[in-house]
Design a binder for this molecule. Structure first.
Ligand SMILES: Nc1ncnc2c1ncn2[C@@H]1O[C@H](COP(=O)(O)OP(=O)(O)OP(=O)(O)O)[C@@H](O)[C@H]1O
Ligand SMILES: [Mg+2]
Length: 370
């Protein structure tokens, strides 16, 4: 993950976060150097090296694992991108859809920034191309007055277009990808006297992500669906696996923020357990009402990072369960009064059932004060 104090090679200005191709530039260079596998036209790495970049190099740990679980899915995603269909990553919020899409684009085309962020207000011009109106009025339509959007740039450069949250765009806007994906050609009727279309260079493809549970999403047309292979990202199974993932991500983030709070594994296991029980609506056989909010791994990571920052800046050395509970409300439960009531009920049950555990009592005390 990007370091807060990292310098971008282009500007040497400090950046809050670097795109994956810069954050992992050394790993990508090493993979390229050693890569002798077959490489699809337009790709910077072979599919095998792309896999190693995302899933890690195993025991030698030269290349860190970046996506946990979902190994077979990652392989299928890579293979999909070698073909004529786009890749659609769907699933619950916080299951690393955006992260995987960024890593694939960084490894395959060396640029993860050709991105469209879907939303109700997105129009086709922001995706395909627009015009510099001063030049358009002066010289008329021509290559100089055309302002390429991410789709145009990806096609012209043989790169990957990342279309985030595609289902937040209205169906008509989503459908501008249909002819592009089938014919690999973008019509530019305004340039009828020059070259009225752009052909996609080898390497071009589309990775879209869609969140199927959120409100405010639009249907995808059958025509669009046919042009994509769908992969469903799932949350990690098991409390221990969750706790390990939270621990790794939190450790990385704390180093980047230069925060030295001590975070013990047992505290992370407690956090993963609380998330698991709230998601499942079950505490040791007792059913509870499930909060309506999304309680993903990404939310758990935020809770732990905020709690660790609180300790660091307000003078405590070690993260305690009480800190986690205090941030769980604002970070994950958010503004819904019903969810707050459900969380309070969860704390009441935990307080009764786990009276003998100091850690859980500390957690309950922190939550009650929040
Ligand atoms: N299986 C996983 N492997 C690695 N990291 C994960 C995994 N699941 C969640 N994460 C963590 O969660 C963070 C958030 O993931 P990301 O933003 O990619 O999710 P998303 O599926 O795009 O969510 P949303 O639908 O809200 O956009 C990641 O940066 C990573 O730290
Ligand atoms: Mg996302």
């Amino acid at each position: 993950m990007a370091s807060r104090s990292a310098k971008t090679p282009e500007t040497t200005q400090p950046a809050q976060r670097l795109p994956a191709e810069l954050a992992h530039a050394e790993e990508l260079a090493a993979l390229r150097e050693a890569d002798d596998g077959p490489r699809p036209e337009g790709w910077r790495l072979s599919p095998r090296a792309v896999r190693t970049f995302i899933l890690g190099s195993g025991r030698d740990r030269r290349i860190a694992r970046k996506i946990h679980g979902n190994d077979a899915l990652v392989e299928r995603a890579i293979v999909t991108l070698t073909g004529q269909r786009g890749l659609m990553l769907v699933g619950e919020p916080g299951t690393a859809k955006s992260l995987l899409s960024e890593l694939l684009a960084a490894a395959i085309s060396g640029d993860s920034t050709l991105t469209v962020q879907g939303g109700a207000g997105v129009v086709e011009e922001q995706i395909r191309y627009g015009w510099n109106y001063a030049l358009l009025l002066r010289d008329g339509p021509g290559p100089a007055s055309l302002v390429p959007g991410p789709l145009h740039r990806a096609m012209a450069g043989g790169g990957l277009l990342r279309f985030e949250e595609i289902s937040r765009c209205v169906t008509e806007v989503q459908d501008c990808l249909v002819p592009v994906l089938s014919e690999r050609l973008l019509h530019i009727p305004e340039l009828k006297d020059v070259q009225p279309y752009l052909l996609a260079r080898p390497g071009f493809n589309v990775i879209a992500t869609a969140n199927l549970r959120d409100r405010g999403v639009n249907e995808m047309s059958a025509a669009l669906k046919r042009r994509f292979n769908f992969e469903t990202m799932r949350p990690l199974d098991g409390i221990e696996a969750q706790a390990r993932l939270i621990g790794e991500e939190v450790a990385r983030e704390l180093v980047a923020q230069r925060i030295g709070t001590e975070v013990l594994p047992q505290v992370l296991t407690l956090l993963a357990t609380a998330f698991h029980e709230l998601r499942a609506g079950m505490v040791e056989g007792t059913a509870i009402e499930r909060p309506g909010t999304v309680l993903s791994t990404a939310e758990a990571i935020s809770v732990a990072c905020n709690a660790a920052a609180d300790c660091w800046y307000f003078g405590e050395q070690r993260l305690r369960p009480a800190h986690l509970a205090r941030y769980l409300v604002g970070t994950a439960i958010k503004d819904d009064d019903e969810d707050r009531r459900r969380f309070a009920e969860y704390l009441r049950i935990v307080a009764r059932r786990r009276a003998g555990s100091e850690d859980w009592q500390d957690f309950v005390a922190g939550g009650q004060g929040a």
